[in-house]
Design a protein around this ligand. Structure first.
Ligand code: PEP
Ligand code: MG
Length: 551
């Protein structure tokens, strides 16, 4: 038995034979030509043909992996219209008198190198997309058959790297998992693997040609590949795999089911996300909406302050993909543990109690207005909720709403369409929970941020691991503040949800439901387990063990 490691790109277990996918070797004709017009025409035909192929791939990916995963093929289609790229190819043909294949290889390789040289890992990963397009163009120009020979036996695919279109072309019914020498966790291949629910291992440096056809186990949980494993290991992983499958199958039965208790109380089970790429997980886990889009990740993922247009595109993508589901986007919650270089924030003695979140937005109005305008513009593409974090007072909420109104008037004056949206606040400070009655007059909903609410109520820094023995996530003071908030929301006829980690704590689900919580927003992987618990509860029966003592 041999073992090989790497970096985990997607979890799960695969057991089967390895198939090595060899990169196709290209014979590019580098001789010069007199008939540059004919070569230019060949280039144009290939470009149009590949754009058609990308549209087909888009459709196929949309059906198998969802809109978000398919978006890359739409981007590929646009990339082929890129003026710089087309001009570079045209110049090589017309000025240097090279043939179309050579021009494509040169120009696309240069563009891929340019992406590779960028510092941002997101852009580095885009070089694989350019190489993917180059190969597709060369396939057409060289008349190569691009459909993979796949046989009938399921296999673990091992490759140097996989481009997104190669990934989608593979017959999913035969594919058990991926192992690649290259790749990054943010590459589209890794994203597709996760949305296809297959284990994937990347950066596996020990790949060897002689693995082809050998029996193997891919342990996606521990980023390990066992080649020709012992019988004991096969038995142990087979057991683990069947337990995973049983669990998954049970949960999958709940896809499309309602999150309703036995006595008919419906709860909305939403997901928390950090950016547009997480939409795949929302759909794959059948979340009924997004209860918390931590928009600061859009800022953290950018090396410069994102423009209004860049933000608009990110919000629009999420809203459009998930429509008609509601998507609650929290305005930038920067500061404390989330610092950004370009914001030039001072170092502080007590950052968690410092200049952060709404406090920054209300003092840096231009920064705040850019985000609000982007959100309002995006409202036309789905069902938006806007949520303000770290609120402690009525004055803050009123100020936020005034600025939002100003932005709305400006945009409407310019003829921009704005669709109806809800406005809410996070209840994550004891001050907000204690003033919930007054705050409820001003907003459409509350969302309890129990992570910060616990930190501020118990004076336990959530970043400090030494305080673990002192922390109690079920502290009665926190539960009491949650109850007060829910009751205030009920009195004022607004809905109330929980988007902190406590929302996924199934030992408290009954308690929250009995309190009157309307929505629970959790990490996407917790959606179906939570739905299972909700469906098993009967709130018409006497209070169960799960209810807190004071009940
Ligand atoms: C919270 O505080 O509970 C919350 C959801 O926000 P974050 O964890 O992003 O601070
Ligand atoms: Mg918080």
């Amino acid at each position: 038995m041999r073992t090989a490691g790497g970096i985990k790109a997607a979890e799960g277990i695969a057991i089967g034979r390895i198939r090595i996918c060899r990169a196709s070797v290209c014979d590019i004709d580098d001789s010069l030509t007199e008939d540059t017009a004919a070569e230019l025409a060949r280039f144009e035909q290939a470009r149009i043909r590949v754009q058609e192929q990308q549209r087909v791939l888009y459709e196929r990916a949309r059906q198998s992996a969802g809109e978000e995963s398919a978006a890359i093929f739409e981007a590929h289609e646009l990339m082929l219209d890129d003026e710089d790229l087309v001009e570079a190819c045209t110049e090589i043909i017309l000025k240097q008198r090279h043939r179309a294949g050579y021009a494509v290889q040169e120009a696309f390789d240069n563009a891929a190198q340019m992406f590779r040289d960028m510092e941002d890992p997101y852009f580095q990963a885009r070089s694989a997309d350019v190489v993917d397009l180059k190969n597709a163009m060369l396939d057409v120009l060289l008349g190569r058959d691009t459909d993979n020979e796949q046989g009938t036996e399921p296999f673990i695919l091992v490759a140097e790297d996989l481009t997104p279109s190669e990934t989608v072309k593979l017959d999913k019914s035969l594919l058990l998992g991926f192992v690649t020498r290259e790749g990054s966790a943010s590459s589209h291949t890794a994203i597709l693997a996760r949305s296809m629910n297959l284990p994937a291992l990347i950066q596996c440096r020990d790949i060897s040609e002689d693995w082809d056809g050998k029996f193997a186990i891919l342990d996606g949980y521990n980023a390990c590949l066992y080649i020709e494993p012992t019988q004991d290991l096969v038995e142990s992983f087979t057991g683990r795999r069947s337990r995973d499958l049983e669990k998954e199958a049970l949960l999958r039965q709940l896809m499309g089911a309602s999150s309703t208790t036995m006595d008919g109380r419906s709860v909305r089970v939403f997901a928390n996300i950090g950016g547009p790429d997480d939409v795949d997980a929302v759909l794959a886990n059948d979340a009924e909406g997004v209860g918390l889009f931590r928009s600061e990740f859009v800022y953290l993922n950018s090396r410069t302050d994102p423009t209004e247009d860049q933000q608009f595109e990110a919000y629009k993508r999420v809203l459009k993909t998930l429509a008609p589901r509601q998507v609650i986007i929290r305005t930038c919650d920067i500061g404390a543990d989330k610092t950004i270089g370009y914001m030039n924030l001072d170092r502080e003695e007590n950052p968690a109690l410092g200049y952060r979140a709404i406090r920054i937005c209300l003092t840096r109005r231009d920064f705040f207005r850019r985000q609000l305008r982007a959100l309002l513009r995006a409202s036309a593409f789905g069902r938006l909720g806007i949520m303000f974090p770290m609120i402690i007072s009525l004055r803050e909420v009123r100020e936020c709403r005034e600025i939002l109104e100003e932005c709305r008037r400006e945009l409407e004056g310019d003829g921009v369409k704005i669709s109806p949206f809800e406005v809410g606040i996070m209840i994550e400070t004891p001050a907000a929970a204690l003033c919930a009655d007054e705050l409820a007059e001003e907003v459409d909903f509350f969302s309890l941020g129990t992570n910060d609410l616990t930190q501020y109520t118990c004076a336990i820094d959530r970043q400090n691991a030494k305080l673990e023995p002192f922390s109690d996530p079920h502290h009665p003071a926190v539960l009491r503040l949650i109850r007060m908030t829910v009751e205030a929301a009920r009195r004022h006829n607004i809905w109330v949800g929980i988007c902190g980690e406590l929302g996924a704590d199934t030992s408290l689900t009954e308690t929250f439901l009995r309190m009157g919580v309307d929505e629970l927003s959790v990490n996407p992987g917790s959606v179906l387990p939570l739905r299972r618990i909700i469906r098993s509860l009967d709130l018409s029966r006497p209070v169960g063990q799960a209810l807190i003592q004071e009940e």
